[in-house]
Ligand binder design. Structure first.
Ligand code: UDP
Length: 475
């Protein structure tokens, strides 16, 4: 279907992501895609994220390129100097659940032209469905996690019923989980989402728990996932038994690039809430083909100084070239051992925030040491870059298993001590001994990822179907 066939200046969609980098940038990409087809979009975010998007993202370019896109904001209820990352992220979730509803309702009720539908982040499942019901507009949930993780969250109550949960201590961690349909025998206890390491009363019953919020999507009209059919087909067919209308439109960044490329009026913009340091691209330009391991732990995970040093020693001892993102809110400390400074000068480059999609697509990059956030995972898969997965929390444990066991495009470093010798060995495995094996499977998957967003691909046609579906809600 061509862009102009779905062009519609009356369809108005309000989009509300969880106000953290990974969710905001993904849902902003969907906003851009819909606005390329002239849908009106009201993008709701917090004052804090909006301020950071203005400061570090390319918001002026974005608004010029997408005249039917507008932002509306509200306060997140946290003090100005709250870190909004790492463990304190939970405060942000609580605060949004407590304070956001009247703000979102007000924005939705005063929206012009009249709203067609509300695309809400399913991480706030109950909040977004309640808002939509109270103002009588159709609600669609967007989950920015993998289909496998969404499905695992959904199956958690069943895991308790069938005595596969709770996990009975450290010695139980390698027990294989047999009853997640479509993913039988893939996960061990240690690969389940990190919250599964608690008790049933921590996990299933509390409002706002992931298991609870995920089931709220049963009340939504449809579900959007940032994945593609060739990647997660067997799980998607299980999900569709409970959620009949699922649109798989990923990898979204590749879909946006593909549709923007065919639309000469648009210019790419960054959706970053951190200051991008592009000097690393110049550095990469002078490195040999696939010689660099890129290291980044996303926008939220924090790493202690002790672990930072172990990773740093591991990278330097591996003698491989590395590009490392150390965010300014991670404690790098002032005193750096001389051998690390020396090793970094020789073969390394450190920045506070990188243009990650561009970095992963760069010809000099041959591996990625990642925390296994879903966006990072998809960006790496689409670029054909093998991974070492060092998950911290949330869905990352699921993703690291998926990458290593299902896709076979990397190594899983979960639950091993963060130790310089282990980092050195893993980097050498990925970039040395097992390089060909991983590169071959990564390149095969990248081909499928990029086919899915080309005009004959599944994600491309799912996005067209989504646009038709949204339009039908307004009739
Ligand atoms: N990212 C980036 N530059 C960096 C680090 C991360 O642009 O230096 C982007 C990355 O491309 C991804 C997002 O931040 O789109 C992180 O999302 P992800 O789901 O991987 O992890 P989260 O930050 O949510 O834990």
């Amino acid at each position: 279907m061509k862009a102009e066939e779905t062009t519609d200046t009356h369809t108005h969609v309000v989009i509300f992501p969880c106000p953290v980098q990974g969710h905001v940038s993904t849902m902003l990409k969907l906003a851009q895609l819909l606005s390329l087809h002239r849908f009106h979009i009201t993008f709701i975010t917090t004052d804090c994220i909006h301020h950071r998007l203005h400061r570090f993202g390319d918001i002026q370019a974005l608004l010029q390129t997408h005249p039917t896109l507008q932002f509306k904001t509200f306060p997140d209820g946290l003090p100005h100097n709250h870190p909004r990352s790492g463990e304190s992220l939970v405060d942000l979730f609580h605060s949004i659940n407590l304070h956001a509803k009247p703000h979102i309702k007000h924005i939705v009720l005063s929206a012009k032209p009249t709203l067609t539908c509300f695309i809400g982040d399913g991480v706030f499942g109950a909040l977004t469905v309640d808002v939509a019901n109270e103002v009588s507009i159709p609600i669609i949930h967007f989950r920015t996690i993998s289909a496998s993780c969404f499905w695992t969250y959904f199956c958690v109550p069943k895991l308790f019923q069938s005595n596969q949960l709770p996990i009975r201590g450290d010695e139980d961690m390698d027990r294989v989980i047999t009853c997640i349909p479509g993913m039988e025998n893939v996960f061990r206890c240690r690969d389940l989402p990190s919250f599964c390491r608690g008790t049933e009363s921590d996990i299933v019953f509390p409002m706002n728990s992931m298991a609870f919020e995920t089931r709220e999507t049963l009340r939504a009209r449809a579900l959007i996932l940032n994945t593609f059919e060739d990647l997660e087909g067997s799980v998607l067919s299980q999900i569709r038994l409970h959620f009949p209308r699922v649109f798989t439109i990923g990898p979204l960044h590749a879909q946006l690039n593909s549709r923007q490329d065919s639309n000469p009026e648009t210019t790419p913009s960054t959706n970053c809430v951190w200051e991008v340091d592009r000097s690393c691209v110049t550095w990469l330009d002078s490195q040999p083909l696939k010689s660099v391991i890129y290291v980044s732990f996303g926008s939220i995970a924090t790493v202690t100084r002790e672990k930072l040093l172990e990773i740093w020693y591991g990278l330097v001892k591996s003698k491989k070239r590395f590009l490392w993102v150390v965010r300014h809110d991670m404690d790098g400390g002032d005193r750096v051992p001389a051998e690390l400074e020396e090793g970094t000068k020789e073969r390394g480059f450190i920045v506070g925030w990188a243009p990650q999609e561009e970095v992963l697509a760069h010809k000099a990059v041959g591996g990625f040491l990642t925390h296994s956030g879903w966006n990072s995972t998809l960006e790496s898969l689409a670029a054909g870059v093998p991974m070492i997965c060092w998950p911290a929390f949330g869905d990352q444990h699921v993703n690291s298993r998926f990458v290593s066991e299902v896709c076979k495009v990397g190594l899983d470093m979960k639950d091993v001590a963060c130790d310089r010798d282990i980092v050195e060995r893993m980097v050498n495995d990925l970039m040395g001994h097992r390089r060909e094996e991983f590169l071959n499977s990564a390149e095969a998957l990248a081909l499928l990822a990029n086919q899915s967003v080309s005009p004959a691909g599944s994600s491309y046609s799912h996005l067209d179907h989504l646009m038709h579906y949204i339009k039908s809600l307004g009739q």
